[in-house]
Design a protein around this ligand. Structure first.
Ligand SMILES: NC(=O)c1ccc[n+]([C@@H]2O[C@H](COP(=O)([O-])OP(=O)(O)OC[C@H]3O[C@@H](n4cnc5c(N)ncnc54)[C@H](O)[C@@H]3O)[C@@H](O)[C@H]2O)c1
Length: 383
């Protein structure tokens, strides 16, 4: 596929997406307002730790299919380059339709679109966002309705970003035109050739597909953690119990692992944003379940500190506590919303001398640990 694609925002999702699109044969320009991200990409390094991504970026650069300009001239050049554009992140931080971090890009992009193009949203957004953005596009782009919009939610998992992007279990595209479908089928031709399920929907269904999937995963995680609470109270063992539940094909073992609960930059904000959006849509009771999911998740951290205190004679005060792993999940250096760091900070508050070790995420953990008094050591970023 020889499409020219500009990827706006080369963070965890965008950098992987840009490199994978180049691998799939597209001509890709990755732009970001953060020069550390564009400079790292242009040097052939991912801006963060993600297995296999460095190699893919370097291959894209060497083949001349991937470029990442400095931020300053970015918007104009990238708009000229654009054939399809992937929009940057939106963060529905609690209340729906507050796409603050993508608003600046969104305000600047449409007036620059002087050639017919397709703008494709990848961010996880409150349902209804794409319809609003699509209206802006037709109104503000010099090419008018020749600037089309589609929504293509991303299901990749950090730590598996390359394989999940190149070989996804499904591709979902929310569309308004047959032309958009043709463009996206051409971009995803390698996946379609392998038989990857390709779901074509309206914009709202595509937006919901992502946030509903994340809500279900969060629910599964909180379910097994709620069962763990009952196991602790009753003397049962949640580990074999989870295996027994997961052996039922109607349930499945994925995400049925008791532990510290979910974290990261996506699941916590996505479920709270979803609850808020349901309220705005006049169905506040529909997602009451997710509030309980969030409450179970919040309890997990305190329960782990409580378990440690129990094993240490009732209190962690004055004890040396080691926390193995700082990232919110294995295979990543992403410490946003890290449950492990929440536990570290809580133990420190209770008087423990806490040291955190992570083979790749300690550098990032250090940037969020100051002020908590928690010490971090171990590897920095590795590519
Ligand atoms: N991280 C994941 O695994 C993942 C998976 C699926 C979906 N998502 C969704 O993707 C979106 C992005 O998540 P992320 O984890 O990659 O976030 P991120 O913070 O790592 O990346 C966002 C990037 O956008 C850049 N940016 C912000 N404003 C910009 C602008 N005006 N122009 C160009 N670039 C700009 C930032 O500098 C940053 O590099 C979110 O909506 C998230 O929910 C993320």
């Amino acid at each position: 596929m020889n499409a020219r694609v500009t990827v706006f925002g080369t963070g965890y999702l965008g950098a992987a997406h840009a490199a994978c699109l180049a691998e799939m044969g597209c001509q890709v320009l990755g732009v970001d307002t953060d020069s550390r991200h564009t400079e790292a990409l242009a040097r052939g390094e991912p801006p963060f730790f993600e297995p296999g991504l460095g190699e893919l970026i370097r291959r894209g650069l060497a083949a001349g299919r991937l470029a990442s300009p400095a931020p300053t001239p970015g918007p104009r050049r990238s708009a000229r380059f654009t054939s399809s554009a992937w929009a940057p992140r939106c963060s529905p931080a609690g209340t729906a339709l507050t796409c603050r971090s993508c608003e600046p890009a969104w305000r600047r992009l449409p007036p620059l679109l002087r050639e017919p193009c397709l703008v494709v949203g990848k961010s996880t957004v409150p349902v209804g966002t794409a319809a609003v953005l699509g209206g802006d596009l037709a109104r503000l782009a010099p090419v008018g309705e020749a600037a089309d919009l589609a929504w293509n939610p991303e299901f990749l998992r950090e730590g598996h970003a390359v394989e999940d992007t190149l070989d996804p279990d499904r591709v979902v595209v929310g569309l308004r035109s047959a032309h958009a479908e043709r463009v996206l089928r051409a971009v995803y031709a390698p996946q379609l050739a392998r038989g990857t399920p390709f779901f074509v929907t309206d914009l709202a269904t595509a937006e919901l597909a992502k946030v509903a999937a994340n809500s279900f995963l969060a629910t599964k995680i909180s379910f097994i953690n709620a069962i763990a609470e009952v196991c602790e109270a009753s003397g049962a063992d949640v580990v074999p119990l989870a295996e027994i539940l997961g052996a039922d094909p109607r349930i499945g073992p994925a995400s049925l692992v008791p532990g510290l609960g979910f974290g990261g930059a996506c699941l916590p904000k996505d479920i709270l944003g979803f609850v808020a959006r349901a309220g705005e849509l006049g169905v506040p009771d529909a997602l009451g379940l997710l509030q309980e999911v969030a409450a179970v998740n919040a309890r997990c951290r305190d329960r782990v500190v409580g378990l440690a205190a129990g094993m240490l004679g009732g209190s962690v005060a004055g004890c040396a506590v080691g926390v193995l792993g700082a990232a919110f999940k294995p295979g990543s250096d992403d410490v946003r919303g890290s449950p492990a760091l929440a536990v570290a900070a809580r133990a420190h508050e209770l008087g423990a001398h806490v040291t955190v070790y992570d083979p790749v995420a300690t550098g990032k953990a250090r940037s969020v640990l100051p002020g908590t008094g928690v010490r971090g050591f171990g590897g920095g970023r590795r590519r």
